[in-house]
Design a protein around this ligand. Sequence first.
Ligand SMILES: Cc1cc2nc3c(=O)[nH]c(=O)nc-3n(C[C@H](O)[C@H](O)[C@H](O)COP(=O)(O)OP(=O)(O)OC[C@H]3O[C@@H](n4cnc5c(N)ncnc54)[C@H](O)[C@@H]3O)c2cc1C
Length: 521
Amino acid sequence: MPLLLQNVLLDDREPSLVAAAVLALPPERIRSAEVVRRGVDARAKSAVWRGNIKVELDDREAEVLASDVPGVRAWTERDEARRVGSFPAHRRAWPTRPIVVGAGPAGLFAALRLMEAGAPVLLLERGEPVETRVGTVAGFWRGKPLNPDSNLLFGEGGAGTFSDGKVYTRRRDGDLGWIFRHLVDAGADASVLDESWAHLGTDKIRKILPVLRQRLIAGGGEVRFNARVVDLIVHAGRCVGVRLANGEELLGGPIIVAPGHSARDSIAMMLRAGAVGELRPVAIGARIEHPQALIDAGLYPGGRGKLPAASYRLAYNPPGARSAYTFCMCPGGMVVPAQHEPGSNVVNGMSFASRRAGWANSAVIVQVGPEDYGATDASAGQRFQARIEAEAYRLSGSYAAPAQRVDDFLADRLSRELPKSSYPFGLVPIELRALLPAAVIEGMKGAIRAFDEKIPGFASGAGVLIAPETRTTSPLRLLRGDNGESPTLPGLIPSGEGAGWGGGIISAAHDGFTVAERVIG
Ligand SMILES: Cc1cc2nc3c(=O)[nH]c(=O)nc-3n(C[C@H](O)[C@H](O)[C@H](O)COP(=O)(O)OP(=O)(O)OC[C@H]3O[C@@H](n4cnc5c(N)ncnc54)[C@H](O)[C@@H]3O)c2cc1C
């Protein structure tokens, strides 16, 4: 009978030696031991790794220990299900070919699920396959023109490709386990199944994507890149196909459109065809970047040792004022330009699997809502974001990002000099209050001062704010009925973050899975 040892201190020793010590047994009595969940416990005086260990012992010995040793219990079937993550699809016949628009996490995982159910699914992506997309992004950073169809946001893997690849979820079982299992089978480190603050890193994601693509094709799916959908074909009130930018018409159904929140043209296309949506709040602000050593010192007062680059998630909720929080923290990462159209500046954060860069960054953001957008039509939130992004370009006069040292930002003065930064296009000193709404500036100031109490130096001149961070999520949710279809345009299924049904890699992938299951069912 296997046992589960919960919340044990993990050090440099083999799991079997840790387990033997916890159970007070000679090591030779442990048949096998593996870590099945782990995370950094920063509450201890010196931060440490803690986690759960699955142990195999002689059955009778295990039975006694399961009831006698605190923190030890029998390994259950549910524990096993969490580990395996298998979730078989119901196969059926397909009278029409489902079409999925967008190969981001939502579209890709929707297509994979449909393929598993036997569907001859067609996946259309406006950008390039990841192998060429990487070169296109690098070319832009070196000064080539921005490709509006293949960039940091568009192309295979969507916005998740050039990301930190954080895959934090409370559960890793059932349908979520299905997603994690696909990632691991395609090359992700198996530790993502177990680590509470798991991340993939952009370099790993770039290797995983071609494997998932091959799996889709081998299972009977088709993938087309450089295939921008410009119109939905509607016949007798039903969405029955798509028209590509080259004029080609492709018929099928249902049509799942998962364009991400930056493809404003694709969201407009769905509205034009008859989909309806409702405005939602988003949060905007700027990326804050510090030396990683400052964050490590604040969060690991006993020293970092062999622990990973320290990470934080902070929130500030003043009574009667707008709350602010940090978002998408990238330890050991870099701040990246995240625009999809020329003449605009937007920033975001990315990291490699090793998280070895000398900087730590996160977004410090404040909620804004329809009352700030200046209009109430479905595109009002997107225009609000676009105005700030265009203004950021106008103020800096280039793809260099508007920036302000943190102490200068708090004192309302222009920075004379800016700290060294990871941002590939460089920074231009700008007073951020000329760019962001006053309520956002006030919320950010309060939050940064409060966060300084948790991480000493957070509000100091060692940090720099790089703006604007406007695309944290979609300001519009496209409505769906119980079957996942638009209630006003049957045959169309809006999915993922752009449709307002996900925020983050795993939640968008999960939405893709969910809509695919409704189609299959
Ligand atoms: C730099 C950066 C870092 C991030 N870091 C993290 C992180 O660490 N963890 C996390 O959980 N999330 C992170 N995110 C957010 C995450 O990437 C998104 O939430 C997620 O990718 C949304 O998935 P999606 O499939 O809904 O949309 P997207 O990933 O945006 O994919 C949409 C796809 O649709 C394609 N498309 C759009 N319109 C058309 C059309 N008309 N025809 C054909 N194709 C079209 C696009 O080219 C794109 O490839 C990050 C985002 C960025 C930009």
